[in-house]
Design a protein around this ligand. Structure first.
Ligand code: IPD
Ligand code: CA
Length: 245
């Protein structure tokens, strides 16, 4: 199954790399979001890979559902995480694919096509960056840490991010707002970033990254978003203690 996830992520990544920097067909442009035709094409490619191998499984993706939604096996797909970055020519986005069995995430794959970096994890078998074991950082004091703060699409999410920024910017080494939740989580798993905070993420933004972080020694706290839709997430390297302010 992980091989299928990797092949699907790499195929979508190849498509995206070939289209990167070219004019894109924009399906929808909202105040704080963009939907490209390429989001859909990437998801279709991923679905084909998965359903060719596992026709009875379910797919739940940012661009819709496919397969048998009653299945205990659910593939959680974000075909391009960081679509706004992609469409502005910023080479920081990824493909995120997780496999869930009942309620447990069993496989997490995040692929960064621009750097050719593949982050993988199978439950109980550790976490890897391009097949090399990865570990979260051990920085436990906020003054040494780089925190990435996400802003979702709603006014509440943006306001909450400002509140977190206002508080943590004075305490952390640096703050970042990078535009791809899934890649932020993968970067925590690899030890580059120390924590990630966002209110208003969707399950496909975080499912793969959660397993990567937990398998690399970190911790993820998830709850229903207390001020709006989706989830609120605090992901850390496992040494740093953090909360929403
Ligand atoms: C978005 C990105 C962004 C995060 C948003 C997500 P998309 O996903 O991950 O960093 O702040 O909450 O919705 O729309 O690029 O797939
Ligand atoms: Ca996303």
């Amino acid at each position: 199954m992980i091989e299928v996830a990797i092949a699907a992520a790499k195929a979508a990544g190849k498509l995206q790399r070939a289209a990167f920097g070219m004019e894109q067909v924009v399906n929808e442009s909202l105040a704080h979001d963009i939907k490209l035709e390429l989001d859909i094409k990437s998801q279709e490619l991923i679905e084909k890979h998965i359903l060719d191998h596992f026709p009875k499984h379910a797919i739940v993706g940012e661009e819709g559902v496919n397969g048998d939604q009653e299945s205990d096996y659910k593939w959680i797909v974000d075909p391009i995480d960081g679509t706004v970055n992609f469409s502005y020519g910023i080479p920081h986005y990824c493909v995120s694919i997780a496999l869930q069995y009942k309620h447990e995430i069993m496989i997490g794959v995040v692929y960064d096509p621009q750097r050719d970096e593949l982050f993988t994890s199978e439950r109980g078998k550790g976490a890897y960056l391009n097949n090399v074991p990865m570990k979260t950082s051990n920085r436990g004091d906020i003054k040494d840490c780089i925190l990435s703060l996400g802003m979702a699409k709603t006014a509440e999410s943006i306001e909450s991010a400002f509140t977190q920024m206002n508080f943590y910017a004075h305490r952390a080494k640096k703050l970042r707002n990078m535009g791809s939740a899934a890649l932020d989580l993968a970067w925590i798993a690899s030890g580059r970033l120390d924590a990630y905070v966002e209110r208003g993420v969707n399950w496909w933004d975080i499912a793969a990254g959660i397993l990567l972080i937990e398998s690399a020694g970190g911790k993820v706290k998830i709850a229903p978003n207390s001020i709006g839709k989706g989830f609120e997430v605090i992901a850390t390297n496992g040494s740093l203690e953090m909360a929403f302010v």
